[in-house]
Design a protein around this ligand. Sequence first.
Ligand code: XMP
Length: 509
Amino acid sequence: SIVILDFGSQYTRLIARRFRELGTYSVILPGSASLERIEQERPVGLVLSGGPSSVYDAAAPRPAEGVLDLDVPILGVCYGMQYLAHQAGGEVKRAGKREYGKADLTRYGGQLFEGIQGEFVAWMSHSDSVTQLPQGYEVVAATEDTPVTAIENPQTRRYGVQFHPEVVHTPKGGQLLANFLDICGAARDWTAEHIVEELIEGVRQQVGEGRVLLAISGGVDSSTLGLLLARAIGEKLTAVFIDHGLLRLGEREQVEAALRPLGVHLVTVDATAEFLGALSGVSDPEEKRKIIGREFIRAFEREAREYGPFDFLAQGTLYPDVIESAGGLSSDKSGAANIKSHHNVGGLPDDLAFQLVEPFRTLFKDEVREIAALLGLPDAVRMRHPFPGPGLGIRILGEITPQKLDILKRVDDIFISGLREFGLYDSCSQALAVLTPIQSVGVMGDERTYSYTVALRAVTTGDFMTAEWARLPYDFLATMSSRIVNQVHEVNRVVYDITGKPPATIEWE
Ligand code: XMP
């Protein structure tokens, strides 16, 4: 593997993803990880990430004793390069001006740039620069503002780049990282086929003859996990899909059609009556979430007892949830106390104490999507937008009634099917319809109406923490609006949400 030591750059995860896309397994460890911890990963190369510190800060993070003496190639990126240079006896200084954004390399060469031709645009984000080279190093790239933009010491196989080769704004950065993999002699066997084989082997070893329970949400992670576990352990898996009645039109059938033919022992439970009963008369959004969460646990427990006993609970925990990075664990995932669920379940009772099976703990979402394709998950599920666990329950403002649910399901279906029909679905990260409590006067033929307003929302985003509203074509919105008011008579007004996040959120609730 390639081990990336994280010194706090926002781009560290991208480095790991790029190496994996290039076919080499890569892990992220905290910058201070011990030599033993690093050696456990059997690294063939090391990367020192960027970070906000200056090498002269008293509290500047540094690798543990002995790490820089490892006999493997080391690539320092940004702060990582400054650290390498400083540690080897070079000099680092606060640059006259901060360099931020795209810069053209005025020259480049050497091993890292092997085979790269033409202009090289590099993404810069630094205040410090290397001003004096340590012994044994040479400068292999420069920009107008930064004479020392890349360095190398071919004898000790130490390399540094001041820019960020991992971001898309450095278009040829992928080739540079590939060159580093060649320098390391890294195997390029991290393919979907290989990942699936390893995961299946791992699950079989962990589970043995035990029985495994999995909650299916209909999303890509749990569906893919279902397929993987079915391959690995067949009938020892029971996958439970709880239909809380707050799903989209036809969703349960879609999940059944996707998983059952591929051998997943899938139990679907229609718990609509219980959920709607418990939600009756409740309009506070937090209260609704709590009730949905509680009812989910109740239904899930009941099925667990009905089909149990089980030894293991499988979860689709992903790598970004468990990376130990500079900021510490992104969340503590130790032990059975931490139950991830699409319903934000707080935990299951003690007499349902399972061991966890989390085969995707090492994977990024893109990798899950790739193995999903290999395992035969239909694209409609594989490339689906995220859908919140509480479902349409949080997209009906105010009290949830069967009638309102029925309205929203039909509106949502027209909108989402429309996006697919017009080839716009994949251009948005998420799209949704909201049933507002607003009723207003409209006119239909000779009659006045008094009906609901629905809001359509579509966003583009990378991480769902911030988002822009999607610039859907007016003609498309016009078509959606007339389809909705013509087909869903309870609605006489359609609005489109043109707010970003922040200040709004993606969902309305
Ligand atoms: P907001 O509305 O906070 O949503 O901008 C960000 C993303 O999170 C999704 N979301 C949820 N996902 N369980 C989930 O699994 C939930 O309870 C939940 N609430 C919001 C939302 O759909 C969006 O993608």
